[in-house]
Ligand binder design. Sequence first.
Ligand code: NAP
Length: 540
Amino acid sequence: MQQANPSSDKAPRRLDALIIGAGFGGMYALHRVRGMGLDVHLIEAGDDVGGTWYWNRYPGARCDVMSIDYSYSFSDEIQQEWTWSEQFAAQPEILSYARFVADKLDLKRDISFETRATSVHYDEDAALWRIETDRGDLFEANYCLMATGPLSVPKQVDIPGADRFKGDLYLSGKWPHHDVDLKGKRVAVIGTGSSGIQIVPVVAEQAEHLYVYQRTPSFTLPMRNRKLDEDYVAHIKAHYPGLRAVARHSLTGGVRPITSRPVFSVTPAECEKLLEDAWQHSGLAFLGLFSDLLTNRDANEVVAEFVRGKIAETVNDPDTARRLTPRGYPIFARRPCLDTGYYEAYNRDNVTLKDCLEHPILEITETGIRTAEGEVEVDIIIAAIGYDALTGAMLSIDIEGRDGRRLKDKWADGGRSHLGLMIEGFPNLFVIAGPNGPSALANFILLNEQNVDWVCDCIEHMRAGGLRSIEANADAEDRWMDKVTTLGSHSLYPTANTWYTGANVPGKPRTFPVYIGGFGRYREICADAAAEGYRGFTLR
Ligand code: NAP
């Protein structure tokens, strides 16, 4: 892989801006900041671009946002040149797309790969960020852009005995770059979130036997993926500007139907028909079916019950169907999954569901997994156990702001920020798709673009006005946090144990750091703050 490493004599390399992370946010940031004529460099831990799509190469990995939404909108040339092959693209195609964009924009000449930021400290007198890496590089930059991603720190396997397993143990979020042959192997999958649900049907077809260790059952809906034909692609390409405009002003940053129809405004028969149509069409349609799914528990229960019925219809063994059936939390309060053949996989003779609510995993042994039911011997364990999300990546770096303030202390009770973009006490440190923005609920690529555009406009504003620094005000940050928390508390989201709330990581403070007012509204709020001379920020 081409390297663009800075000098090796450890003299600091002076930059206008340093970007951390070469996922879709960092890649676009590099393009934009470079386009402003600034001296900019990017450091990335992996050996290629792509971020989450570089690391997550597990069997079945696929995006459950439609390709025509989950792609850059900033360049019509890229939109016209790139052709998606499927409605929901698989990981290899998305990674190829990231590489295509990197080549097209000649990004790699300004990227140091296999380089991880270890410390990021602010020197207030010089108004500079000093960044050290695990390769011993030193950078000094006026602006530091954290494009480190909301889902980039996989949870480590915290089950006793994991280190003595003699077979192969893989994390879905750190999948190896060599081929993993599952044919004829006894495989265990731990975890049934979005990742596990994609892994199960694919591994079931290859493994001699697959054991699925499920703790909390997820609701999953049929993806109904399809190849995109030429006419459809031509139509999309002809209408991209309009489609993107709709997406930018939508709730989640995607082109999909929305409605103001509450569940109980239709008769039970009409409701059933709408749900059945959505089930047959694509699970994605469920999200635009009713307006009160995440505010009215009774309404939510109607839809949950419909999906429970589908599980009972699909899974042949009633006991397995019962164990796969989610109860005790609202549908969609955990991220909805879209699958291809997930429930059907349990009708195969070579797939066994292990219910960890009844029999928790006690330990991993040298040869397998032990619960109170006994030991199951396996050759391979796939841990699809999720992420230290939203705050994990930034907290894994030693970040110190003004007056020696440490991010670890500032975020001890949960991630705080103003607009998900900046943190009081940390001037000129910009977060891309950070906590308290709409991150978990928005189309990440469009959110990345909007965040980067806001940051670049801000930097241009500062340079034009001869300003050295910008920092979020404490009172503005407090008000934003109140707004995020209050909006969240009026929804059903905080009622489920998910990575949205931090409940998936033992000891992590439980908050709900996601702005749920909608992507379109969020854009307006950010734009208004800028238009009013960066209201809520102090410029020096
Ligand atoms: P996740 O949703 O957090 O699911 C992790 C699963 O592992 C849960 O079922 C969890 O059970 C289980 N688990 C964790 N620790 C365990 C333990 N010690 N023993 C047994 N089970 C354990 O993580 P994910 O599936 O990686 O998905 C995370 C997010 O990544 C998704 O919500 C989505 O935003 C994104 N993603 C997207 C796609 C896509 O676009 N299709 C695909 C994959 C991921 P509990 O719930 O009981 O803790």
